[in-house]
Design a protein around this ligand. Structure first.
Ligand code: TMP
Ligand code: MG
Length: 221
């Protein structure tokens, strides 16, 4: 039976080193002659992605539920191409996925208060049910202190300490639910040096880069 490509998601807070690690992982796979491609969410190049981009850069305002659904729609518009790529035998490394979708939306606070959620956790999860499920999610866990030492956050909407702290809490619940539903969630200490994290990531994915037998699972099914 021919094997399909592995679907590897890299998640984490802003400043956790996700994009750097994803790019390095891609290069290592290519060096090992293992066909692979890198994608990321939000994919800001599509029509939906452009609306998300404008929202993140605070150039437009959108209702919190509306933008949550746009993030999900941005994944659905690429779902078919993800499946086709995996079936063709190519591995996908995906920088953020539905887990960021839940974590960032379900950690929003009610305006003028400190209490959350504004949006209920299961409401946030619902639109992503049925998407292609990752074979493995690598969560790069960075502490606030190290993120700060890396030069702090950028200018985008969610790049603030309070937001990141709440997002981290919701990610813990996401991790439990992924594991509870039979998925693989690998927590990596992203406070370590870039090289150290690279080594751990490579050791973790090595076993699945030869391809996967069996169908692509569906998320939260
Ligand atoms: P990026 O910095 O990886 O481009 O992601 C942009 C921001 O969008 C980041 O703060 C996380 C947030 N986000 C969501 O709120 N929902 C989602 O579904 C995704 C994929 C990202
Ligand atoms: Mg960012």
């Amino acid at each position: 039976m021919t094997k399909r490509g592995a679907f590897i998601v890299i998640e984490g807070l802003d400043r956790s080193g996700k994009s750097t690690q994803a790019a390095t992982l891609l290069k290592r796979l290519q060096d090992a002659q293992s066909p692979a491609k890198l994608i990321n969410f939000p994919d800001r190049t599509t029509a939906i992605g452009k609306m998300i981009d404008s929202y993140l850069r605070s150039e437009s305002e959108l209702d919190d539920r509306a933008v949550h659904l746009l993030f999900s729609a941005n994944r659905w518009e690429l779902a078919k191409s993800i499946e086709e790529t995996l079936q063709s035998g190519e591995t996908i490394i995906c920088d953020r996925y539905a887990f960021s979708g839940i974590a960032f939306s379900a950690s929003k606070i009610r305006p003028g208060t400190n209490s959350y959620p504004l949006l209920d956790y299961s409401w946030c999860r619902a639109p992503d049910v049925g998407l292609p499920a990752p074979d493995m999610t690598i969560f790069l866990d960075v502490t606030q202190e190290v993120a700060r030492a890396r030069g702090g956050y950028g200018e985008e909407r969610y790049e603030k300490e309070g937001v990141q702290r709440r997002v981290r809490d919701v990610f813990e619940r996401v991790a439990e639910e992924v594991e509870g539903s039979g998925g693989r969630w690998v927590l990596v200490n992203a406070d370590e040096s870039e090289e150290e994290v690279q080594k751990v990531v490579w050791d973790t994915v090595k076993e699945i880069i030869g391809g996967i037998e069996g169908p692509i699972e569906k998320l939260w099914d």
